[in-house]
Ligand binder design. Structure first.
Ligand code: ADP
Length: 488
């Protein structure tokens, strides 16, 4: 099976969120399953310098500009990676989507429109590379025009579109259709038009053979008005083609038994060693050394999605618990200031590190006892999985991937030994406080807590399992595509 995977970010070359982790991991897992997966992404400066030996293999003419396909391999692998080198669009420092002022680059439609056109040339074997995929796997709005454009081809590969986050849709004025050289036949309410605007995302949702999202619960949620952003009707219409596959995590990188970034390695049989990481973390942040007090952590983007407003609302009550709090993240300045306010008032109990720090995130996962993730919505989420692997029990809002990966500690799940964390149903500060209280109470029952940690650490969050599910989905997409009767 030959698969072309198209993404706008890929770890470790460039990352703003979970999509990059998927793009960095799934191709490797696919190769381990013997599949020929190749990757296309833009040649951002970070990607070009990491792949300094990438060589030009094709020249393309895209939207009035010339571009080059550079051929290299994914770091530490033999997996083919094509970089779309178009300095005019991609030779910009920093964030792949946003300018320094925090606003989207004004030419994002052209930048990712060009990526889509390059994907179409590769998919139809028109780039002169003598390779045609059986399946094109597109990801998020930046790749949404690929299925739309390929739907116009007679002999096209099968199409899978993965929604990593429905909140980002790639909406642009109608006139953009001309700039992007989109055939007028795609412009209608059952096509790329969304309330008078061009929607990249709809291209993926309408024209793909199969659609999936990154957890079964999120796949159901986005069919409702609360989570559907106006696309719930379309998603319900396509529900027979829509499914959810949980993301995996990089179990080598996130392994407390071999993690070189943490003070003390440990596994589920030597959990008493974990405390050394808490002491190291307390020392790092100049918090009082309190080996027996629970330490609660948060890592993530400080944006409304992640439920920071709930945390801020709950902070006065949370600070009444004999607990320490560590926050790592950056994002909306209101949220940053809100958290900093509480840490300044309670410096012995709460610290906030504003920024993005990969090593520190490992140290926090290893050193904390409890991980808080009260996201208002969460397509999959990674940190709750890292946390369980590190025996750091998560407290989550029961939504999306959080609902699918964390088993709430109830009398029943404690008894049948499936409990692996704590969850709450309503996204309210008071529900969050109640869940923290339950965690705090259980923490004092050392034997029960240890059992939860061991259950959490034994869970299989590997990419291998998810990759096998993707293989099945690719086969279904191929079958669906073969049943399409193309007009004579
Ligand atoms: P999202 O994609 O919505 O941001 P995910 O949980 O799917 O959320 O993925 C976020 C990823 O980014 C995780 O790997 C998380 O550890 C990482 N991350 C987020 N913020 C930070 C930060 N400030 N420092 C280090 N890692 C971070």
């Amino acid at each position: 099976m030959k698969i072309l995977f198209i993404a706008s970010e890929l770890f470790p070359l460039i990352k703003t969120g979970g999509l990059a982790d998927v793009a960095g991991s799934l191709p490797k897992a696919m190769h381990e399953l013997g599949k020929d997966m190749r990757v296309l992404m833009p040649a951002y400066p970070q990607a070009k310098s990491a792949l300094s030996n990438a060589t030009p293999v094709a020249h393309l003419h895209l939207l009035g500009h010339s571009a080059t396909l550079l051929s290299g391999t994914l770091p530490k692998s033999q997996i083919p990676l094509w970089l779309l080198d178009a300095p005019h669009w991609f030779e910009r420092p920093g964030n792949p989507y946003l300018a320094e002022d925090g606003n989207p680059w004004p030419d994002n439609a052209e930048r990712f429109g060009a990526l889509c056109w390059a994907g179409v040339h590769l998919a139809m074997n028109r780039a002169g590379l003598d390779w045609q995929p059986d399946v094109v796997h597109c990801n998020d709005w930046q790749t949404g025009l690929v299925p739309a454009l390929l739907s116009l081809e007679t002999h096209r590969p099968a199409l899978l579109f993965t929604i990593h986050n429905l909140a980002y849709q790639g909406l642009f004025p109608e006139a953009t259709c001309t700039t992007l050289e989109l055939p007028p036949s795609l412009w209608h309410p059952e096509g790329l038009e969304f309330h008078g605007q061009l929607s990249f995302l709809k291209g993926g949702l309408v024209y793909s053979d199969r659609i999936n999202t990154v957890s079964p619960t999120y796949a159901r949620e986005i069919q409702t008005p609360r989570f559907g952003y106006g696309l719930e009707g379309l998603l319900r219409h396509r529900k027979d083609r829509l499914s959810g596959i949980l993301n995996g995590i990089d179990t080598n990188k996130w392994n407390p038994a071999s993690d070189t970034l943490i003070a003390q390695t440990y596994d589920s049989k030597s959990l008493n060693l974990k405390k050394a990481n808490k002491l190291a973390l307390q020392q790092h942040f100049q918090l009082p050394s309190q080996p027996d007090q629970p330490l609660l952590a948060f890592i993530g983007r400080l944006v409304p999605q992640k439920g920071i407003d709930l945390i801020l609302k709950a902070m006065p009550q949370l600070l009444k618990f004999p607990m320490q709090f560590v926050f790592l993240g950056s994002g909306d300045s209101d949220f940053e200031h809100g958290l900093l306010y509480w840490s300044r008032r309670h410096p012995q109990q709460m610290v906030v590190h504003i920024g993005y720090d990969e090593a520190l995130s490992h140290q926090i996962e290893a050193g904390a006892d409890i991980f808080l993730m009260p996201s208002r919505f969460e397509p999959c989420g990674l940190n709750q999985m890292y946390s369980q692997r590190y025996g750091t029990l998560p407290i989550v809002h029961r939504t999306g991937g959080l609902a699918d990966t964390v088993t709430d500690a109830t009398p029943l799940t404690l008894k049948d030994k499936t409990a692996s964390g704590f969850s709450f149903d309503q996204p309210h500060g008071s529900a969050l406080v109640e869940a923290v209280k339950r965690a705090w109470l259980l923490y004092t029952h050392e034997k029960d807590w240890r059992r939860l940690q061991q259950t959490a650490m034994a869970k299989d969050f590997s990419w291998r399992r998810s990759a096998q599910e993707y293989c099945r989905l690719y086969s279904q997409a191929i079958q669906d595509n073969s049943q399409i009767v193309t007009p004579a």
